[in-house]
Ligand binder design. Sequence first.
Ligand code: NAG
Ligand code: NAG
Ligand code: NAG
Ligand code: NAG
Ligand code: NAG
Ligand code: NAG
Length: 658
Amino acid sequence: MLSFWFLGSAAALASYAFAQGEVQSKVVCDAATKICYSTYTQTEIDITYGIALPKNATDPYDAIIKITAPADKKWVGFAWGGQMVWDPLTVVWPNATSVVASARWAFSTGMPLGYEGAEHFLLKGSSSNSTHWTVNALCKGCTGWQSNEDERYALNATGTTQFAWAYGTTDVSTPQNNDSTFSVHAAVGHWNHDLNAARVDDFDSLVKSNLLTAPPVVTSAPTTARTTIVTSTTSSSTSAVVKATIPASCSGAGNPVFQGKLATGWKATKILGGLRSPRSIQFDTAGNMLVVQSGLGITYHVLGSDGCITSSKTLISLNSLNHGIALSPDGKTLYASSMTQAYSWPYDAAAATVGTRTTIMTGMVNGGSHLTRTLAVRPDQPNLLVVSHGSNSNIDTATSNPSTGRAIIKVFDLSKIPSGGFKYASDGYTAGYGQRNEVGMCFDNNNMLWGVENSGDDFRRTVNGQSTDVHQNNPGEKIHYMGDITKPNNNWYGYPSCFTVWQPSDFKDKTFKVGDWFVQAPNSTFNDDTCVQKATPPALTLFPHSAPIDCKFDPENANMFITYHGSWNRQPTTGFKLVAVPFKKGSDGAYVPVDPLTSTTAAKDIFYNPDVTKCAGNGPGLSSGCFRPAGLAYDKAGRLFMTSDTSSNGEIWILGQG
Ligand SMILES: *[C@@H]1O[C@H](CO)[C@@H](O)[C@H](O)[C@H]1NC(C)=O
Ligand SMILES: *[C@@H]1O[C@H](CO)[C@@H](O)[C@H](O)[C@H]1NC(C)=O
Ligand SMILES: *[C@@H]1O[C@H](CO)[C@@H](O)[C@H](O)[C@H]1NC(C)=O
Ligand SMILES: *[C@@H]1O[C@H](CO)[C@@H](O)[C@H](O)[C@H]1NC(C)=O
Ligand SMILES: *[C@@H]1O[C@H](CO)[C@@H](O)[C@H](O)[C@H]1NC(C)=O
Ligand SMILES: *[C@@H]1O[C@H](CO)[C@@H](O)[C@H](O)[C@H]1NC(C)=O
């Protein structure tokens, strides 16, 4: 699955980490501005970062940031909290002979959006020429912020801190605009910075004497809404089960932002637009739709009998919510998750109100490359909350031990919430571990748990010193069967060692079938056969790099619908569509996929972009225009709803065959 920008934690990026406390900055004074900065230079790539702070730096306090980069670096990012999510970012780039400093914030793995809590003002020395460019700016609001746990956090100006950097080598899309999108980084890292040495005398007078009088003028790029032609083209062999009527259009929903194509017999109508990264959908017991908008909170939408929206309101404003949502079966308790915590609220569906928030879980990882924590409540088990937590990085080796509380699905008894909430890693019991990032979870009609796993990136097969790149079409993403969550499931699903073959011909050392286990580098103690002995195989494998992020069974349990969010780790791009995988009931009454594990054709395209090769998985900066399927939910009338979570202009669709 994709990481937009640098999202690694210190642990995940050990190669960039330095000994604790080893400071890599030194004081350098600038003759022209008379400002002395605590400065760090990456000599090998020729980028310098300087910070100057007031002598008396009491939160909230201003900072001066100076970044100099060679002309081949098209943008540079600086993370004030040392990671690329959930802290203020200063993103800078050249703009003709001048430069731009933009305040950003990344709520999730998408494009960092404008951050209203900070503002930059250019100082003397800011300019761009044919060899280098320099940004010298006052930042108001960069040194303190609200943490993911909703607490005030401020940089300790008399101590040291870890900052993070990133840069890109492709031009930002609209350099004249401080809201410009930009493409994924070329490299990222950390360093330890001495802030105490950054404190200067006369900070205020230095700012005053160096402030460029004309503040930057913002030019907003016009947003072009495209009209969409939704056409039916391909044939689909999924069982025609969803017959609920789909409205031809919904007034007020706006035109679809991107073109889409549908399988034969299917209809899709946009019911909402202008949303901010809409992720998961949860229907309440009264039929209202609740939507998590990442970086905003939860919104409440009343539907007319036709499936169109008649009214909307914000139910919960909490910008740390980023994906997970669940409702107790009686509809009276709402659950939602941030990257690090889970919460509950008393919920009144008719009044569209929530009561006081309770923190029911803490201790989920802050940072790393997988930031969402999917929640689910089994319909017949109101006390069991299922929480999925992905790995920290592509290959998070420590997760072979389930006590890490990563790459695992856990179950928590809501009738026994400890004071202060559950601790994710140490409380609860296991519903399977060794799932790299099981973002989608769904129950079948027997209330058995299934999930869809995002498997790894950049894969190679190395045997006897011979290394082959197999990443383009391997490993397969997976559908996992976890089963009955009322009792512990201590099965290991293979990660971080065992992966699934999708394209056998890529492997030169051995004849594999689709769905076979492989390890990247077999050795004397662990090889492909070890996986066969120890790991629980998937129920089915899915196209590599599809990034499946939600699953829902249709009411008849004839298909599992899966959203493919799409990834960056493949050329051409793949994913960006809704698919259906046919299921059947076996003689023992259990549901299973119709296709065998050796199938590569189980998933049928239902709703997809006309040219997926143009859908780069890195947000609007690289996308030439694609919708991005994320959350799914059925309503009581058997209609399927789907979000498209582009960071602005997100949409919700109603789909069916009626
Ligand atoms: C430092 O600044 C704070 C807030 O502006 C102020 O309350 C405090 O008195 C100052 N301390 C000194 C030593 O100037
Ligand atoms: C762009 O500049 C305007 C005017 O200074 C400012 O209000 C806005 O916050 C800036 N946006 C970003 C993303 O920095
Ligand atoms: C170009 O700008 C850099 C700093 O951004 C400066 O050090 C260098 O002297 C400039 N070169 C010329 C030719 O002006
Ligand atoms: C800030 O860092 C200094 C130096 O490490 C330390 O002595 C001080 O206690 C820290 N202040 C806070 C508020 O943590
Ligand atoms: C970029 O430069 C142009 C002039 O070349 C100017 O009009 C525009 O305001 C600048 N943009 C920013 C955000 O400073
Ligand atoms: C052998 O491979 C396994 C699984 O990839 C790994 O955990 C282990 O460290 C490897 N052992 C050696 C000696 O390289």
